[in-house]
Design a protein around this ligand. Structure first.
Ligand SMILES: Nc1ncnc2c1ncn2[C@@H]1O[C@H](COP(=O)(O)OP(=O)(O)OP(=O)(O)O)[C@@H](O)[C@H]1O
Length: 651
């Protein structure tokens, strides 16, 4: 179906970017408008299931609802096999997906989301439209630098599906959120407000007031009084009890009235910071269950200088034994250690260190060398970037047991007048991309130059952009520029955007991050304007996924999926200095010696703590971590076996 729709849309205004989800009536795709570059959601609706007259009636309703808290429908696209609704794209996923993570949303943000829903409902109710299926799955999220905006989706479609279901099987809606009268087939605008009451209860308590089978739920909604737990502050009790009245007439009379009551209590309680647009002092996301375990090293090696970077590379040294090279950087020196798997002891250091530290560049003393800025271990060896050049320390894998060579072969010397040089190397080490900023004093005319170059080995077989590509950098924060290789044919230029100066304080444009993607042949693929401020972008081991520090919410990390486009936040409890992707999830560390481990779904696996400041960390096998520490002129390289660390990992 995805390729069907792709083919059918070949000559339309939209280009499909990927499947986002599947609803009962069809699939939802992320697509981009070919001319404007605007992202949209295309919701395909099967023709047989939506007879034309009903569909047009619902479409009229949908088109009449234009509000920032409603997922608006912009147009209808006809395709050979059916129709697609063209809707605003919400990159933050659903409220359900956010509620399923191992985090508590801060109170102010939870209340803000409920206030958003009420504002959207007020708009719809004023136009005589009742939603009938308010639940976290139908609340989509737009991401903002400091949190989210809730937007109600499925207006009209929810009611239409109810009608169709009634004809089919008589089973409608989502019983967990259904007001008592809905079980008798009646509904009014207060049925939506009852559902919002359940949703607020769930956000504040972490569970819903009633659970069980559909029959048990029906009986509970109709007869059982609501029990409010002590964990919900008393100030909210009468609000919740009013929203969850069994008799429709005893509830809030309108969304507007309910919203006003919510704002009043939030202000009284001191959790209404969203009302005056201030940032909350509390972390946006608070992990639910974080336990701390002492960091136990399997092996410790004494270091003479602090290692600021560690990079591992699997190698095949001897016929059947896969080993791992570990490169360590201390200022302008790079060292190499070799690890080999051992049947009983896991991964062990073959000898310590095999290659003594050696200067990277020629000059006289180590201290005068330009410090190493980045290392890229690849099959030919380790590419090393300094301020002045990029070069290769050739691989020793092929030379087997011969002593390790320490020659540094320069590949490219940078012109002295260039600033902000970024280099990125393809995973297979066949080509590199270099981004430089042309010297200028005027930010309005700043230009970047992106070049591609084949690397020693079989790189010259690749067709690379023959000429430098000029990138206008107006509106880019140049000091934040980053270059990443996404896969063997794409690179991304990433930078913070400078919002244009605005006239009024209210009208203040929000800052964001620009991600511009190019092919290795130099073709611009597209630009994403991320509504978040990220820094330290790294690739994860999931294709087309990036992660970054969330600069405006320091205890959270951003996960950015490019295909389909999606932004999620992980609550990590620490302000991470290092972000490391592993085959099983993510590791974050800070200089205070804390390491937080999360799985690929963002679930917290635990926290390791050492008293020593961590200067670098990496993994050398899925369960072996290498951690460099440094304190009071003393440092160690620790080998940690995660299977014995006490973390909740399944290997
Ligand atoms: N406008 C949108 N922007 C981004 N993602 C969307 C959008 N609309 C839907 N989605 C995604 O697609 C998924 C399917 O959405 P859809 O509304 O078709 O079904 P549903 O609400 O999950 O189920 P149902 O059809 O039973 O109501 C959602 O879970 C959501 O993740």
């Amino acid at each position: 179906m995805s390729s069907y729709l792709g083919t059918e849309l070949k000559h339309s205004k939209y280009r499909l970017l990927g499947l986002v989800g599947q609803g009962q009536f069809g699939r939802v795709f992320c697509a981009v408008h070919r001319r404007t570059g605007k992202l949209v959601a295309l919701k395909s609706l099967e023709r047989q299931r939506f007879p034309t007259h009903k569909f047009l009636r619902e479409l009229r309703i949908l088109l009449s609802l234009q509000h920032p808290n409603i997922v608006t429908c912009q147009a209808l696209e006809q395709t050979a096999s059916g129709r697609c609704l063209v809707m605003d794209y919400c990159e933050g996923g659903t409220l359900r997906s956010l509620m399923m993570e191992d985090v508590y949303l801060n109170r102010s943000q939870s209340l803000k989301l409920v206030a958003d829903i009420l504002a959207g409902l007020e708009h719809a109710h004023q136009r005589g439209v009742v939603h009938c299926d308010i639940k976290p799955e139908n609340i989509l999220l737009s991401v903002t630098p400091t949190g989210w905006i809730a937007r109600i989706s499925d207006f009209g479609i929810a009611r239409l599906s109810q009608e169709l279901n009634e004809q089919d099987a008589g089973n409608t809606g989502s019983p967990a959120y259904m007001a008592p009268e809905r079980f008798y087939g009646q509904y009014s605008l207060t049925s939506d407000l009852y559902a919002v009451g359940i949703l607020l209860f769930e956000l504040l308590a972490g569970y819903r007031p009633f659970s069980g089978t559909p029959t048990e739920l029906m009986s509970a909604h109709l007869n059982r009084p609501v029990q409010i737990p002590d964990t919900i502050p008393a100030i909210w009790h009468s609000f919740l009890l009013t929203a969850l009245q069994k008799l429709s007439a005893r509830r809030f009379r309108s969304a507007k009235e309910m919203l006003a009551a919510l704002q009043l209590i939030a202000t009284t309680e001191g959790s209404g910071s969203w009302l005056d647009r201030q940032m909350s002092d509390h972390p946006l996301l608070q992990p639910i269950s974080v336990f701390t375990l002492p960091l136990r090293s399997q092996h410790q090696e004494f270091l003479e200088a602090p290692l600021t970077k560690l990079a591992a590379q699997p190698v095949q040294l001897q016929a059947a034994t896969p080993s791992t090279y570990l490169y360590g950087v201390a200022e302008s020196q790079i060292s190499l250690r070799i690890f080999e798997p051992d049947a009983t002891a896991g991964l062990v250091l073959k000898s310590t260190p095999i290659l003594a530290d050696f200067p990277v560049a020629k000059p006289q003393t180590v201290t005068t060398h330009p410090p190493i800025q980045a290392v890229f271990p690849r099959s030919q060896g380790c590419f090393v970037m300094t301020q002045r050049s990029i070069g290769l320390i050739p691989s020793l894998a092929s030379t087997d047991q011969t002593p390790l060579k320490s020659d540094f072969q320069p590949i490219l010397e940078f012109a002295p007048n260039l600033q902000n040089i970024s280099v990125a190397i393809e995973p297979a080490g066949r080509w590199m991309a270099i981004l430089t900023v042309d010297p200028t004093t005027d930010p309005a005319t700043a230009m970047g130059t992106l070049q591609f170059q084949a690397l020693p080995g079989d790189g010259s077989r690749f067709w690379l952009a023959p000429h430098p590509i000029k990138i206008p950098l107006k509106g880019y924060q140049i000091s934040s520029l980053q270059l990443l290789v996404l896969d063997n044919s794409h690179v991304a230029v990433i930078a913070e955007s400078i919002p244009p100066a605005s006239q009024t304080a209210q009208d203040k444009a929000t800052p964001g991050t620009i991600v511009k993607v190019f092919t290795r042949r130099g073709t611009a693929v597209g630009t994403l304007n991320l509504p978040v401020l990220g820094s330290k972008f790294v690739l994860t081991l999931i294709p087309d996924q990036l992660m970054a520090v969330d600069r405006q919410n320091l205890n959270s990390v951003l996960l950015i999926d490019l295909k389909p486009y999606r932004i999620s936040r992980l609550g990590v409890e620490i302000v991470p200095d290092e972000l490391v992707a592993t085959p099983w999830g993510y590791l974050f560390s800070n200089q205070q010696g804390t390491i937080v481990a999360l799985d690929r779904e963002g679930r917290h696996l635990g926290k390791l703590q050492t008293d020593l400041p961590i200067t670098a960390l990496t993994w050398v096998s899925p369960h072996s971590l290498l951690i460099a520490t440094w304190h009071a002129s003393q440092g160690h390289l620790h080998t940690v076996d995660l299977r014995e660390s006490g973390l909740d990992l399944l290997f």
